[in-house]
Ligand binder design. Structure first.
Ligand SMILES: Cc1cc2nc3c(=O)[nH]c(=O)nc-3n(C[C@H](O)[C@H](O)[C@H](O)COP(=O)(O)OP(=O)(O)OC[C@H]3O[C@@H](n4cnc5c(N)ncnc54)[C@H](O)[C@@H]3O)c2cc1C
Length: 386
């Protein structure tokens, strides 16, 4: 039976334990819908978003009042990732895409978009990155120029999850109040706005909808700006401050799945006249996998708990959780592939699928190196302040 002792950790409250039990039951009851499937990827994503909405899980991904509960987000992402990378992706993007509206939208904007996103009827996306502005967000060149009571957007965004599937995008553009990060603003842009088009779809190792958006004289009312002019970077970073920890949780879900699959395998696979589990080198791998998973879980739920109990910024905790959980999940899954031998690299095998699914998590929402920079800078500031 998979380890579930972490449910009793003090970072979680009883409502979280109930949520986890309910999610596990739901995943078991919807195993067929969550299975990796072929067919049209966009269609499958829309179906999954609908399914998550009908089940009520997407209510946790949006917050008109009262904020987002990061522990619930983490438990949901961890649990969904355990069963289906694509379901986790669909859940995560509803949250990330609408996060700026949840955190900075006015009541009118929230009423317009959040109910549909929570119901799984409206698909959301988050459009920050550009070809020359991935890790270096401040190098962004997409512009939004004031034209009376409107802003006109011109430029290109790339690696945008849900590009072509989304009904609404949160878009970040340069409005020029200050150089660099101080001159960005955030806008809510419906997908059917004139001048917005999807110019490219990008195929990646673990397929999910990803593409490039072009803005050509794309005019939006000034009322669709989130927060104030020049506060786009703040909007993006505050959103990532919530969702970065949930990337760690998804990595944890992938790692737990790989670990559970591995345990079942090594206990039954006979090698040299005994189960593979009897070999001491296997035991060393199993011990290190278990340790990596527990350490990741501790960092993830510490970060989520800190945010939920009202700590204004959890940048350091979230960076530590994401860095550790994604890097160690990659390592855990690699050990799983190794212990499965030839089966582990066979297309469609769970270890092979997880090996592909985990990779991008070490790059998006801040690559591992960026998380290291964030942690080190925080440590220097803290030390200098003492
Ligand atoms: C699957 C996937 C989904 C994505 N979805 C979205 C989305 O929905 N919305 C969105 O806006 N963006 C999205 N992105 C974009 C993602 O956020 C960027 O890919 C990421 O920020 C890295 O930017 P880059 O690809 O331009 O790499 P670069 O910025 O060119 O960085 C390349 C590498 O350089 C290294 N590096 C970077 N900074 C440092 C540093 N300070 N010190 C040392 N080394 C460093 C890292 O190893 C990094 O991987 C997605 C990306 C992927 C892969």
């Amino acid at each position: 039976m998979p380890d579930s002792s972490y449910r009793d950790w003090p970072f979680l409250a009883d409502e979280h334990r109930r949520l986890k039990t309910h999610l596990d039951e739901w995943c078991a009851g919807n195993a067929v819908s969550l299975e990796p499937g072929g067919g049209d990827l966009d269609e499958r994503c829309r179906e999954l978003v609908g399914l998550l909405g009908q089940a009520g899980w997407l209510n946790h991904a949006v917050a008109a009042t009262g904020g987002l509960d990061v522990r619930s987000l983490c438990l949901l992402r961890e649990g969904l990732a355990y069963h289906s990378g694509l379901a986790d992706f669909c859940f995560a993007m509803q949250g990330l895409g609408s996060g700026p509206i949840s955190l900075f939208g006015d009541p009118r904007m929230q009423a317009q978009w959040l109910p549909g996103i929570a119901a799984g009827e409206t698909v959301a996306a988050f459009a920050l990155s550009e070809k020359q502005a991935g890790s270096d967000v401040a190098a962004m060149s997409t512009r939004a120029e004031r034209d009376g009571d409107r802003f006109v957007l011109n430029g290109e965004k790339t690696w945008i999850s849900n590009a072509g599937v989304a009904d609404v995008y949160t878009v970040f553009a340069r409005t020029g109040e200050a150089p660099g990060a101080g001159g960005l603003s955030a806008f809510v842009v419906p997908a059917d706005t004139g001048g917005l088009s999807v110019t490219e779809r990008i195929d990646i190792i673990a397929p999910h909808p990803l593409g490039t958006l072009r803005f050509e004289d794309c005019s939006v009312p000034a009322a669709q700006m989130l927060a104030h002019p020049g506060q786009g970077f703040k909007v993006a970073m505050a959103t990532l401050d919530v969702f970065r920890t949930t990337v760690a949780a998804a990595a944890l879900g992938f790692a737990r799945r790989a670990y559970d699959e591995t345990l079942a395998h090594v206990l039954k696979r006979e090698l040299f006249g005994a189960p593979l589990a009897e070999l001491q080198m296997t035991q060393a791998s199993i011990a290190e996998m278990a340790l990596a998973i527990d350490a990741s879980a501790l960092l993830t739920y510490r970060s989520a708990w800190a945010k939920d109990r009202g700590q204004a910024r959890v940048t350091r905790e979230a960076a530590m959780a994401k860095l550790h959980a994604t890097e160690r999940a990659q390592w855990v899954i690699d050990r799983a592939v190794q212990l499965f031998g030839g089966q582990g690299v066979t297309s469609g095998h769970p270890a092979e699928r997880l090996y592909r699914e985990i990779r991008a998590l070490r790059i998006y929402e801040g690559a591992s190196e960026v998380q290291k920079v964030i942690i080190a800078r925080h440590e220097y500031r803290q030390f200098a302040a003492d």
